[in-house]
Design a binder for this molecule. Structure first.
Ligand SMILES: [Zn+2]
Length: 319
């Protein structure tokens, strides 16, 4: 499939790629423009939580490709010209604005025919990405604000809203299989409802509300269940905390009787371990589920969310 040894500017290369693919595939059927290959809808998903939705809801009618390889921290992903062209050829692109700036840009350039953009199906909030301490801004906005927290998939209720939206987008991209997409989406939404209930019940009788996490991924989850997230770094796990932030965390840990500092599977645990060592606290994994690897505590979204619940129950004295 490689026709891009060209020095054309990206947009032109993409248009050329589109034209060639259409020509090549159009002779057999007219659904090439809809991005079908071997009878399956060709879906590109930006990173794991989007991939999971596409696979669960698309079922046997879709072939899903992930842009972010397993084990790669997704926030800093770079998109190659080849991948950008690939987006333009897809039958549906599923992504989440604000997590991966290079994907956002590539989708804009490639202009896929069908797009499911996760934040358009739910509400966003600003969880104080400056990591300036305890300011939890409660105002709502709809994604245009650079300060909006993109980690909506860690709230089962918001993730269910996104699942419904992705289901609708699949119906549009592949109307022949709309009934199956509706059925699969409904089944997933039901499972997410069960997960939500497990969180509510599992965290009910806790002795503490505050947990320290590596990057600020759990703002929506914290809010949903009445918890307080204190993040070492901001929305991007690779950003370094300031000395003032570290002092702040020391004070919070003492005041709120924090017992555990959480690290994650895809980002460096170094700062979390140093902080835990200094404060003589335990460490454990709280997984932002930005990718699934062999180290993940579970094989898919639902399983890792349940491992996260278990870890939170222990850390907050609810277990
Ligand atoms: Zn993140």
């Amino acid at each position: 499939m490689n026709i891009r040894t060209t020095v054309l500017p990206l947009g032109v290369a993409t248009a050329a790629a589109l034209g060639l693919v259409t020509l090549a595939a159009c002779s057999s059927s007219d659904d090439a423009a809809g991005g079908h290959h071997n009878g399956k809808l060709d879906v590109v998903a930006s990173f794991y939580p989007m991939q999971y939705l596409a696979e669960r809801i698309g079922g046997g009618h879709v072939a899903v490709t992930g842009l972010t390889k397993p084990g790669v921290e997704p926030h800093d992903l770079e998109i190659s010209p080849k991948q950008t062209a690939r987006l333009g050829e897809a039958g549906l692109v599923v992504y989440l604005k604000g997590v991966q700036p290079s994907v956002d840009e590539a989708v804009e350039q490639a202009k896929p025919k069908h797009v499911a953009e996760a934040t358009s199906y739910t509400t966003l909030e600003d969880h104080g990405t400056e990591v300036d301490g305890h300011g939890h801004d409660e105002h709502e906005d709809h994604g245009e604000d650079a300060g909006a927290d993109p980690h909506v998939w860690l709230d089962p209720v918001r993730y269910a809203e996104v699942a419904k939206g992705v289901g609708k987008a699949l119906e549009k991209a592949d109307p022949d299989h709309a009934a199956d997409f509706r059925k699969n989406a409904a089944a997933l939404v039901k499972e997410l409802g069960t997960l939500d209930r497990e969180y509510r019940e599992g965290l009910r009788d806790r002795t503490s509300d505050t947990f320290i996490t590596t990057h600020a991924a759990f703002g929506y989850l914290a809010e949903r269940y009445g918890l307080e997230q204190e993040a070492i770094s901001g929305i991007d796990p690779e950003s370094e905390p300031s000395p003032a932030r570290i002092r702040d965390l020391h004070a919070t840990a003492k005041k709120d009787k924090v017992g555990t500092v959480f690290f994650e599977t895809l980002a460096s645990p170094k700062t979390a371990q140093t902080l835990a060592g200094d404060l003589k606290l335990k460490t454990d994994v709280l997984d932002p589920i930005e990718g699934i690897t062999d180290e993940s505590r579970g094989r898919d979204y639902l399983a890792v969310m349940r491992s996260n619940l278990k870890a939170l129950r222990t850390a907050l004295g609810a277990g």
